[in-house]
Design a protein around this ligand. Structure first.
Ligand code: KIV
Length: 271
């Protein structure tokens, strides 16, 4: 028998109850083991192994280049560090768009090889068949509408989506379709806050916003952005909770100075 107290893990039904009880859901992206242990210990509800790893971890301009194997590697690292939090993994570009059998095979690989709890994929009407197949296999799926970065070349910019009445109507209809087909939640990215509030009120599944205002049932940010590790990235929706970029530069400069001046290591730091 374990002497450790069992933690109450965050589940899809747990997130649903949070929505019903009006408790907001806190989600952050995470791509590695060390950060996963820290965020989990702080009490984060959901760790999103986002395909933004393509930008943040690999330095690509878009999320398009990251592969399924690379996403699986990041998800395995995060999974080893998560205890209480739900681990949700983005299905990368190319792993689900071509047909629903390929989508199911990709989702199964993620679940089998990483121990993650759920997958997320982008799109509306065009991905319904895939979502239906994946959820029928017992895999929870989170949808993602609004600005869907895997379609950046179609959008042409990372600007706000669904601004016209027609586009807002389409988004609302697609949100309802995603719920109908079995999604347990929905990310709403960069849409007007009135629309996000309306969608959140109409759906019984939780909505998680990024640049979608306070009416969503939860919020998500890219970890490195909210920790202030990317000085040049300052969209209106981003709140920086730390200035780690400057702190890391300061610590690194001190270390370099100490090494150059033979001040590190000291006698106490030596064997
Ligand atoms: O990959 C990602 O970081 C995301 C969030 C922005 C929602 O999908």
């Amino acid at each position: 028998m374990s002497y450790l107290k069992e933690v109450k893990k965050v589940t899809t039904t747990g997130l649903q109850s949070m929505k019903m009880q009006g408790e907001k859901i806190a989600m952050l992206t995470c791509y590695d083991y060390t950060m996963a242990t820290l965020l989990d210990a702080a009490g984060i509800d959901v760790l999103l192994v986002g395909d933004s790893a393509s930008n943040v971890m690999a330095g690509h301009e878009t999320t398009l280049p990251i592969t399924l194997d690379q996403m699986i590697y990041h998800a395995q690292c995060v999974g080893r560090g998560a205890n209480r939090a739900m681990v949700l993994v983005d299905m990368p570009f190319g792993s689900y768009q071509s047909d629903s059998s390929i989508a199911l095979a990709s989702a199964i690989r993620i679940m089998k090889e990483t121990g993650a709890h759920a997958v997320k994929l982008e799109g509306g009407e065009e991905v319904l068949e895939s979502i239906s197949k994946i959820t029928k296999a017992g895999i929870p799926v989170m949808g993602h509408l609004g600005l869907t970065p895997q379609s950046i070349h179609q959008f042409g910019s990372y600007g706000i989506q669904a601004k016209s009445d027609v586009a807002a109507d389409k988004l609302l209809k697609e949100a309802l379709m995603l719920q109908e087909v079995g999604c347990f939640g929905l990310v709403l990215e960069k849409i007007p806050s009135d629309l996000a509030t309306q969608v959140s009120e109409k759906l019984h599944i939780p909505t998680i916003g990024i640049g979608a205002g306070a009416g969503c049932d939860g919020q998500v940010l890219v970890l490195q952005d909210m920790l202030g590790m990317n000085a040049d990235f300052k969209p209106k929706f981003l709140r920086k909770y730390a200035d780690l970029g400057n702190e890391i530069t300061r610590a690194t400069s001190s270390y370099i100075q100490d090494v150059k001046q033979a001040k590190f290591p000291s006698a106490e730091e030596s064997y």
